[in-house]
Design a protein around this ligand. Structure first.
Ligand SMILES: *Cc1c(COP(=O)(O)O)cnc(C)c1O
Length: 357
């Protein structure tokens, strides 16, 4: 039986992408070779790489003065590659959770880091607002969607200094004004493909300004100059990413998926707010449409393990919350069908009927 996959990442992918990936593993475009055993320096793979690149550019409406590169190492590698390439004196960071904190820790190795705002005082349950961004920063770093705590910026913020964003878990879920950012990065494995490939979207003029020497692999300019083929790129993840992007385009692109994402999130949040047993953990105005976090009300808390088993018995996986928030997290990425959200809602209602006091 096909499962309802609420995993936080790696996570659900479009079925068609998986089927095309399976075919390419057996025989890549009739070449008699598997995609797993071809050279990346072939016309055939260059086409895959170029198509992934141009699909992403088209779907996100990325202006011409931005370059797109695909790397290994995950978003976590970008936590140090960003300051390595951009931090000369001082950078600002908004601390909205675990991933932001990890980015802050790495940046401190390269220069002064000022935490401009933080939501740590309330266990990262909201997005800080009304902060002033100093003009003397090399850049300001934000995490647009906080995968663990289920909070999200719903608009692109204005920044007087270059804005850098970790968009690992909400890339392509909503329209983004790329021109407001200097650099956007993320691991593909939440919304854009399988684990193993990382995307970096860079406005080229921000590079080349730091005085420190950069190792070749760290210097974004080398990857840009070589069209992501400075060394062996993650060939199969890039193929899968291309298939995932193709799927997104085929269903109408970012605008269409955003509408669906909003519907899915609204349905589930409405149930959380209505249901006698559950309560949401994130501030309402900052609720993520990707990672939906909720817990049992205190008087029902002892049912946590049992409810999780109940969801499993209904064919659901990945509903367990992160240990830092507890309770439950339903990750509702682009490829998660509406039926899966409906199934979870049915499950919550049925459970309420059995257990509400
Ligand atoms: C998952 C995630 C990361 C970590 O990604 P890796 O590819 O595992 O390094 C970083 N930031 C955010 C917002 C994430 O959701």
């Amino acid at each position: 039986m096909k499962k309802h996959n609420f995993n936080a990442g790696p996570s659900v992918l479009p079925r068609i992408a998986i089927e095309n990936g399976a075919k390419a593993v057996l025989d890549f475009e009739g070449s008699g070779l598997s995609i797993l055993e071809i050279s990346h320096r072939t016309k055939d793979f260059e086409r895959v790489n170029d198509e992934a690149n141009s699909l992403l550019r088209e779907l996100l409406n990325i202006p011409d003065n931005y370059k797109i590169i695909f790397l290994g190492g995950g978003a976590s590698t970008q936590f140090y590659e960003v300051p390595y390439n951009l931090l000369e004196k001082k950078a600002g960071y908004i601390n909205t959770g675990v991933w932001a904190k990890k980015a802050i820790k790495e940046a401190k190795l390269f220069g002064e880091v000022e935490v401009i705002a933080s939501s740590e005082d309330k266990n990262f349950s909201y997005i800080p607002k009304g902060f002033t961004i100093p003009k003397d920063l090399d850049y300001l770093h934000i995490t647009t969607n906080n995968t663990i705590f289920g909070t999200e910026y719903h608009t692109d913020i204005d920044s007087p200094v270059p804005l850098v964003a970790d968009m690992s878990s909400d890339i392509l879920s909503r329209k983004v004004d790329v021109s407001k950012y200097a650099l956007i990065y993320g691991g593909a494995q939440k919304n854009m493909g399988p684990a193993g490939v990382t995307f970096v979207i860079i406005r080229e003029d921000i590079l080349g300004k730091v005085s420190r020497p950069l190792p070749s692999m760290v210097d974004y300019r080398n990857h840009i100059a070589n069209n992501s083929m400075f060394n062996t790129p993650p060939v199969f993840p890039i193929f899968m990413m291309k298939e995932t992007l193709k799927w997104l385009k085929s269903i109408g692109g970012v605008e269409a998926i955003h509408k669906i994402n909003e519907e899915k999130a609204q349905m589930l949040y409405e149930e959380i707010d209505r249901n006698e047993l559950f309560v949401g953990t994130a501030a309402k105005e900052d609720r993520s449409i990707m990672n939906i976090c909720f817990v049992l009300k205190p008087e029902y808390e002892e049912l946590a393990g049992d409810f999780l088993e109940f969801t499993k018995s209904k064919g659901m996986v990945g509903v367990k919350g992160h240990r830092l928030v507890g309770g439950f997290r339903a990750s509702c990425y682009n490829a998660l069908p509406r039926e899966s959200v409906e199934a979870l809602i049915d499950c919550m209602r049925e459970y309420e009927k059995i257990h509400a006091k």
